[in-house]
Write a protein that binds this ligand. Structure first.
Ligand SMILES: *[C@@H]1O[C@H](CO)[C@@H](O)[C@H](O)[C@H]1NC(C)=O
Ligand SMILES: *[C@@H]1O[C@H](CO)[C@@H](O)[C@H](O)[C@H]1NC(C)=O
Ligand SMILES: *[C@@H]1O[C@H](CO)[C@@H](O)[C@H](O)[C@H]1NC(C)=O
Ligand SMILES: *[C@@H]1O[C@H](CO)[C@@H](O)[C@H](O)[C@H]1NC(C)=O
Ligand SMILES: *[C@@H]1O[C@H](CO)[C@@H](O)[C@H](O)[C@H]1NC(C)=O
Ligand SMILES: *[C@@H]1O[C@H](CO)[C@@H](O)[C@H](O)[C@H]1NC(C)=O
Ligand SMILES: *[C@@H]1O[C@H](CO)[C@@H](O)[C@H](O)[C@H]1NC(C)=O
Ligand SMILES: *[C@@H]1O[C@H](CO)[C@@H](O)[C@H](O)[C@H]1NC(C)=O
Ligand SMILES: *[C@@H]1O[C@H](CO)[C@@H](O)[C@H](O)[C@H]1NC(C)=O
Ligand SMILES: *[C@@H]1O[C@H](CO)[C@@H](O)[C@H](O)[C@H]1NC(C)=O
Ligand SMILES: *[C@@H]1O[C@H](CO)[C@@H](O)[C@H](O)[C@H]1NC(C)=O
Ligand SMILES: *[C@@H]1O[C@H](CO)[C@@H](O)[C@H](O)[C@H]1NC(C)=O
Length: 443
């Protein structure tokens, strides 16, 4: 708690006296937010709502585009948790709140029966900066702890997708239209698997936090679920990258499979048939007792899994794709999806994304990634008005930093106190559904 406050104050101080912040370049027009991974159940962003600046932490998601949070006094039907434990909003007490109840009411499209409430707009403080008249949902009924900060594309607003209403300016667009950032784009650095916080930058990029080039991934067509979807070529498996006699097995990803960069889900999922081969390649075996896939812990510590896109490969130590709830048992945190067309995509969750620095550009509809570099150095640059045509802003490479620490050096198995916590609460809501689906496909 104390450290949260300190960080907040430091941020505010940083914004107030920007001249004295120890950064190499001008970061005006960049809004910095801490990604809180303290509970290891997903990444939370802290925001303040309404005239009373009520504090609430919301689960960050890039595959949904609406913000919603529980109302104070929400009718909470969660059996095992308090819906308001991460904060709630007493909208009736906010003098600047406007509701939209005459138009239509709010329900969370992924779970319309469980989450219902009203739409409204109010002033919201994000990273020490006030965004005026931001539209969000206030849940009066919920079954979940906390709400969601969806910062995906406008086209994926639930209003548009499920109610046939007009789109509104969601958080990144509102920041742009109010001149708080130059471009509706943001960068996500989840940090290493043992870190308790990462960083989200609206309107800018931190060039110190990655190695090599930030490359724009080839786009894949969107499916029934919200993206962003990118084309992925193959997976590869190195048994021991540091030894000369390493093996290097390649597993093609046949078309039309595509991958979704899924900030909001702890674990990753593969289509059923891709998973079958993946399990063979990582030596995973089905455990009938736990209904989970186990890998031998000793070989896991030697293996790297490569995720190859047309212009970049990201290598993830297998130890970052497992967790060890029980001493000596290593459980895979890559799961099969249903053998169902609608789930025939690869979902790359936090266990993959901790190894990349990712830039999401809402205006040009692109996702760019580079290998993450875990460092305390900072080189934050605001996106210019026309970032897509200004290759230096996004592609600026850190060639001055050779021999930087390898990703593998930071690897640590995900820690979780119990299997259930890791499996069910170890995800945000969308992740929870994905895991549920994964399990249904197993049983
Ligand atoms: C700004 O930084 C300089 C050098 O670090 C320091 O001497 C000075 O007191 C700082 N000014 C403010 C207002 O913090
Ligand atoms: C919860 O339900 C009760 C009874 O239906 C209702 O009076 C109350 O207003 C509801 N709470 C909220 C926050 O909507
Ligand atoms: C929305 O809900 C409020 C009460 O929560 C109700 O008064 C209003 O009529 C509803 N609006 C619509 C369009 O259903
Ligand atoms: C959505 O609205 C458009 C334009 O008003 C209309 O043509 C279309 O039929 C509507 N779709 C649904 C599913 O209601
Ligand atoms: C709520 O009302 C405002 C003002 O009329 C409008 O701009 C916004 O799009 C509405 N939000 C929703 C979710 O309908
Ligand atoms: C990344 O994690 C390390 C270790 O926990 C921490 O010191 C550092 O501040 C984090 N970086 C960011 C940008 O959050
Ligand atoms: C690979 O090389 C290491 C060191 O040279 C050796 O100890 C190990 O047995 C070799 N493994 C295989 C499978 O040949
Ligand atoms: C393993 O194979 C993949 C695909 O052929 C290649 O991109 C990668 O560089 C190889 N890695 C090593 C360490 O040989
Ligand atoms: C299978 O799961 C059970 C229960 O979690 C565990 O005790 C056992 O060690 C697992 N077996 C293997 C081979 O990992
Ligand atoms: C897979 O398991 C077999 C038998 O347990 C072992 O010989 C082999 O080295 C393992 N391979 C990997 C990649 O872990
Ligand atoms: C795992 O088990 C071994 C042997 O029983 C023990 O020495 C070790 O401390 C245990 N580690 C943990 C983290 O419980
Ligand atoms: C391109 O980026 C460079 C360095 O980041 C900046 O100085 C320049 O003004 C930008 N140009 C445009 C047209 O945005």
């Amino acid at each position: 708690m104390k450290s949260v406050l300190v960080t907040c104050m430091a941020l505010l101080a940083g914004l107030a006296g920007a001249e004295n912040v120890s950064q190499k370049r001008d970061d005006k027009g960049v809004i910095k937010m801490k990604l809180d991974h303290l509970n290891r159940k997903g990444y939370l962003v802290e925001m303040r709502f309404g005239s009373n600046k009520e504090k609430a932490s919301l689960w960050l998601e890039t595959s949904s585009s609406d913000i919603w949070l529980p109302s104070s006094g929400v009718n909470c039907t969660s059996s095992d948790s308090d819906c308001e434990s991460l904060g709630s909003f007493n909208w009736a007490q906010s003098s600047s709140f406007h509701d939209n109840v005459t138009a239509h009411n709010f329900s969370y499209y992924f779970d319309p029966d469980s989450i219902q409430g009203i739409w409204g707009y109010d002033n919201v403080v994000v990273g020490g900066v006030e965004v005026k008249d931001l539209t969000f949902g206030v849940a009066q009924e919920s079954i979940y702890s906390g709400g969601v900060c969806g910062i995906g594309k406008k086209e994926k607003e639930s209003n548009l997708l499920y109610v046939n209403e007009t789109a509104y300016e969601n958080l990144p667009l509102k920041m742009k239209s109010q001149g708080l950032i130059n471009k509706a784009a943001y960068s996500i650095f989840l940090n290493s698997s043992d870190a308790i916080e990462g960083q989200l930058l609206f309107g800018g990029v931190d060039h110190a936090k990655y190695e090599g080039q930030l490359v724009t991934l080839p786009k894949a067509s969107n499916g029934p679920f919200s993206g962003p979807f990118v084309a992925m070529d193959y997976l590869y498996f190195n048994e021991n990258p540091s030894m000369s006699n390493k093996t290097n097995v390649t597993q093609e990803i046949p078309p039309p499979y595509r991958a979704k960069i899924n900030v909001g889900v702890e674990w990753s999922n593969l289509p059923h048939d891709i998973f079958q081969q993946f399990a063979v390649n990582v030596n995973a075996t089905w455990n009938d007792t736990s209904s989970l896939w186990n890998v031998p812990c000793d070989s896991a510590s030697l293996m790297t899994v490569g995720f190859a896109f047309s212009n970049i490969s990201i290598e993830v130590p297998l130890t970052d794709l497992i967790y060890s709830p029980v001493n000596g048992t290593c459980v895979l945190t890559v799961f099969p999806f249903y053998n169902d067309e609608s789930m025939s995509y690869i979902s790359l969750g936090h266990n993959f994304l901790r190894h990349v620095y990712a830039v999401f550009d809402m205006e040009d509809d692109t996702v760019s990634i580079a290998r993450a570099k875990y460092t305390d150095e900072e080189d934050i640059v605001a996106f210019s008005g026309s970032i897509s045509s200004n290759s230096t802003a996004i592609d600026s490479s850190d060639s001055s930093n050779p021999g930087s620490s390898s990703v593998a050096a930071h690897s640590q198995p995900a820690k979780s106190s119990s299997k259930n916590e890791g499996m069910v609460h170890g995800t945000s809501i969308l992740g929870f559904v994905a895991i549920l689906l994964a399990h249904l496909s197993i049983f």
